[in-house]
Design a protein around this ligand. Sequence first.
Ligand code: S3P
Length: 188
Amino acid sequence: MVHSLTPNLILIGFMGTGKSTIGRLCARALRFRFADTDALIERRTRRTVSAIFSEEGEPEFRRLEAQAVNDLAMRANVVIATGGGAVLNPANTSVLQVSGVLIWLHVEPEEILRRCGTRESRPLLAGAAAPLDRIREMLTAREPYYRAAADACVITTGARREDAAAAVLEAYHGLASQWPHLPGRRSS
Ligand code: S3P
Protein backbone atom coordinates (compact mmCIF):
# COMPACT_ATOMS: atom_id res chain seq x y z
CA MET A 1 0.00 0.00 0.00
CA VAL A 2 1.23 3.52 -0.77
CA HIS A 3 1.41 5.65 2.36
CA SER A 4 -0.21 9.04 2.37
CA LEU A 5 2.18 11.69 3.66
CA THR A 6 0.19 12.16 6.82
CA PRO A 7 -0.80 9.12 8.84
CA ASN A 8 -4.41 8.72 9.84
CA LEU A 9 -5.30 8.89 13.52
CA ILE A 10 -6.91 5.68 14.73
CA LEU A 11 -8.55 5.37 18.12
CA ILE A 12 -8.80 1.95 19.74
CA GLY A 13 -10.00 0.86 23.15
CA PHE A 14 -12.92 -0.44 25.14
CA MET A 15 -16.55 0.66 24.84
CA GLY A 16 -17.24 3.96 26.57
CA THR A 17 -13.70 5.29 26.43
CA GLY A 18 -14.77 8.24 24.27
CA LYS A 19 -13.38 7.14 20.90
CA SER A 20 -16.14 8.84 18.92
CA THR A 21 -16.41 12.01 21.00
CA ILE A 22 -12.66 12.53 21.23
CA GLY A 23 -12.21 11.42 17.62
CA ARG A 24 -14.56 14.14 16.40
CA LEU A 25 -12.68 16.81 18.36
CA CYS A 26 -9.33 15.57 17.01
CA ALA A 27 -10.65 15.48 13.45
CA ARG A 28 -11.73 19.10 13.71
CA ALA A 29 -8.32 20.13 15.05
CA LEU A 30 -6.43 18.20 12.36
CA ARG A 31 -8.86 19.18 9.59
CA PHE A 32 -9.38 15.49 8.92
CA ARG A 33 -12.66 13.73 8.23
CA PHE A 34 -14.09 11.67 11.06
CA ALA A 35 -15.24 8.08 10.56
CA ASP A 36 -16.56 5.44 12.92
CA THR A 37 -16.61 1.73 12.06
CA ASP A 38 -19.92 1.10 13.88
CA ALA A 39 -21.60 4.05 12.15
CA LEU A 40 -20.40 2.82 8.74
CA ILE A 41 -21.76 -0.67 9.44
CA GLU A 42 -25.10 0.78 10.53
CA ARG A 43 -25.31 2.98 7.44
CA ARG A 44 -24.44 0.14 5.09
CA THR A 45 -26.79 -2.41 6.60
CA ARG A 46 -29.47 0.08 7.64
CA ARG A 47 -29.60 -1.73 10.97
CA THR A 48 -28.28 -1.01 14.41
CA VAL A 49 -25.28 -2.84 15.81
CA SER A 50 -27.59 -4.35 18.44
CA ALA A 51 -29.98 -5.65 15.78
CA ILE A 52 -27.10 -7.23 13.86
CA PHE A 53 -25.87 -8.94 17.04
CA SER A 54 -29.29 -10.24 18.03
CA GLU A 55 -30.57 -11.22 14.60
CA GLU A 56 -27.42 -12.44 12.86
CA GLY A 57 -24.96 -13.04 15.66
CA GLU A 58 -21.54 -11.74 16.57
CA PRO A 59 -19.59 -13.54 13.79
CA GLU A 60 -21.62 -11.71 11.14
CA PHE A 61 -21.02 -8.41 12.95
CA ARG A 62 -17.27 -9.12 13.04
CA ARG A 63 -17.31 -9.85 9.30
CA LEU A 64 -19.01 -6.50 8.61
CA GLU A 65 -16.60 -4.81 11.01
CA ALA A 66 -13.54 -6.20 9.18
CA GLN A 67 -14.98 -4.86 5.92
CA ALA A 68 -15.57 -1.43 7.46
CA VAL A 69 -12.04 -1.37 8.92
CA ASN A 70 -10.54 -2.25 5.54
CA ASP A 71 -12.51 0.40 3.72
CA LEU A 72 -11.85 3.18 6.23
CA ALA A 73 -8.16 2.31 6.47
CA MET A 74 -7.81 3.05 2.75
CA ARG A 75 -8.93 6.65 3.16
CA ALA A 76 -6.51 9.51 3.73
CA ASN A 77 -6.67 12.33 6.27
CA VAL A 78 -9.19 10.62 8.46
CA VAL A 79 -9.67 10.01 12.17
CA ILE A 80 -11.09 6.52 12.63
CA ALA A 81 -12.94 5.48 15.79
CA THR A 82 -12.95 1.68 15.91
CA GLY A 83 -15.40 -0.56 17.76
CA GLY A 84 -14.06 -1.92 21.05
CA GLY A 85 -13.53 -5.40 19.62
CA ALA A 86 -11.93 -4.42 16.30
CA VAL A 87 -8.29 -5.03 17.23
CA LEU A 88 -9.04 -8.49 18.61
CA ASN A 89 -8.78 -9.53 14.97
CA PRO A 90 -5.08 -9.36 13.97
CA ALA A 91 -6.00 -8.72 10.34
CA ASN A 92 -7.80 -5.53 11.42
CA THR A 93 -4.80 -4.44 13.48
CA SER A 94 -2.46 -4.95 10.51
CA VAL A 95 -4.45 -2.82 8.09
CA LEU A 96 -4.96 -0.12 10.70
CA GLN A 97 -1.22 0.01 11.41
CA VAL A 98 -0.53 0.53 7.72
CA SER A 99 -3.11 3.30 7.70
CA GLY A 100 -1.86 5.40 10.59
CA VAL A 101 -1.03 5.92 14.23
CA LEU A 102 -3.03 3.88 16.74
CA ILE A 103 -3.87 5.54 20.05
CA TRP A 104 -5.42 3.45 22.81
CA LEU A 105 -7.94 5.25 25.02
CA HIS A 106 -7.98 3.77 28.49
CA VAL A 107 -10.62 4.39 31.16
CA GLU A 108 -11.13 2.70 34.54
CA PRO A 109 -13.96 0.10 34.63
CA GLU A 110 -16.09 2.08 37.11
CA GLU A 111 -16.15 5.03 34.74
CA ILE A 112 -16.90 2.79 31.76
CA LEU A 113 -19.92 1.50 33.64
CA ARG A 114 -21.06 5.05 34.42
CA ARG A 115 -20.70 6.03 30.77
CA CYS A 116 -22.22 2.92 29.17
CA GLY A 117 -24.50 1.53 31.86
CA THR A 118 -26.12 -1.57 30.45
CA ARG A 119 -27.57 0.31 27.55
CA GLU A 120 -29.23 -1.59 24.75
CA SER A 121 -26.81 0.01 22.29
CA ARG A 122 -23.96 -2.03 23.84
CA PRO A 123 -25.05 -5.63 23.12
CA LEU A 124 -22.02 -7.15 24.85
CA LEU A 125 -22.94 -5.43 28.13
CA ALA A 126 -26.73 -5.40 27.80
CA GLY A 127 -28.45 -7.60 30.36
CA ALA A 128 -25.27 -8.52 32.28
CA ALA A 129 -26.29 -9.44 35.84
CA ALA A 130 -23.08 -7.93 37.28
CA PRO A 131 -22.05 -5.36 34.66
CA LEU A 132 -18.95 -4.10 36.50
CA ASP A 133 -17.60 -7.65 36.77
CA ARG A 134 -18.38 -8.20 33.11
CA ILE A 135 -16.50 -5.02 32.15
CA ARG A 136 -13.52 -6.02 34.31
CA GLU A 137 -13.41 -9.51 32.79
CA MET A 138 -13.62 -8.19 29.24
CA LEU A 139 -11.00 -5.52 29.92
CA THR A 140 -8.60 -8.08 31.35
CA ALA A 141 -9.07 -10.30 28.32
CA ARG A 142 -8.70 -7.44 25.86
CA GLU A 143 -5.93 -5.34 27.34
CA PRO A 144 -3.14 -7.45 25.81
CA TYR A 145 -4.65 -6.83 22.36
CA TYR A 146 -5.00 -3.09 22.90
CA ARG A 147 -1.48 -2.91 24.30
CA ALA A 148 0.02 -4.89 21.42
CA ALA A 149 -1.77 -2.87 18.75
CA ALA A 150 -1.29 0.62 20.21
CA ASP A 151 1.49 3.06 19.42
CA ALA A 152 0.56 5.07 22.52
CA CYS A 153 -1.96 4.97 25.35
CA VAL A 154 -3.91 7.95 26.66
CA ILE A 155 -5.68 7.53 30.01
CA THR A 156 -8.86 9.57 30.01
CA THR A 157 -10.37 8.59 33.38
CA GLY A 158 -11.89 11.76 34.83
CA ALA A 159 -10.60 13.92 31.97
CA ARG A 160 -12.66 16.58 30.21
CA ARG A 161 -13.18 15.62 26.60
CA GLU A 162 -11.20 18.66 25.38
CA ASP A 163 -8.23 17.72 27.58
CA ALA A 164 -8.41 14.10 26.45
CA ALA A 165 -8.44 15.23 22.81
CA ALA A 166 -5.44 17.51 23.44
CA ALA A 167 -3.53 14.57 24.96
CA VAL A 168 -4.39 12.38 21.98
CA LEU A 169 -3.27 15.07 19.54
CA GLU A 170 0.00 15.51 21.41
CA ALA A 171 0.66 11.77 21.22
CA TYR A 172 -0.32 11.72 17.54
CA HIS A 173 1.96 14.61 16.59
CA GLY A 174 4.85 13.02 18.47
CA LEU A 175 4.48 9.80 16.52
CA ALA A 176 3.36 11.05 13.12
CA SER A 177 6.82 12.20 12.08
CA GLN A 178 8.25 8.70 12.68
CA TRP A 179 5.36 6.78 11.14
CA PRO A 180 5.29 4.09 9.72
CA HIS A 181 8.50 3.08 11.52
CA LEU A 182 7.17 3.43 15.00
CA PRO A 183 8.98 2.10 18.05
CA GLY A 184 7.71 -1.23 19.31
CA ARG A 185 5.89 -2.21 16.15
CA ARG A 186 6.52 -5.76 15.13
CA SER A 187 5.83 -4.90 11.50
CA SER A 188 8.11 -1.86 11.21
C1 S3P B 1 -17.99 -3.81 20.71
C2 S3P B 1 -17.97 -2.44 20.85
C3 S3P B 1 -18.96 -1.56 20.20
C4 S3P B 1 -19.55 -2.24 18.96
C5 S3P B 1 -20.05 -3.59 19.30
C6 S3P B 1 -18.97 -4.51 19.85
C7 S3P B 1 -16.97 -4.61 21.43
O1 S3P B 1 -18.34 -0.34 19.81
O2 S3P B 1 -18.58 -2.34 17.95
O3 S3P B 1 -21.10 -3.44 20.24
O4 S3P B 1 -16.75 -5.78 21.06
O5 S3P B 1 -16.34 -4.05 22.35
P1 S3P B 1 -17.91 0.81 20.85
O6 S3P B 1 -16.56 0.44 21.37
O7 S3P B 1 -17.86 2.04 20.01
O8 S3P B 1 -18.94 0.86 21.92
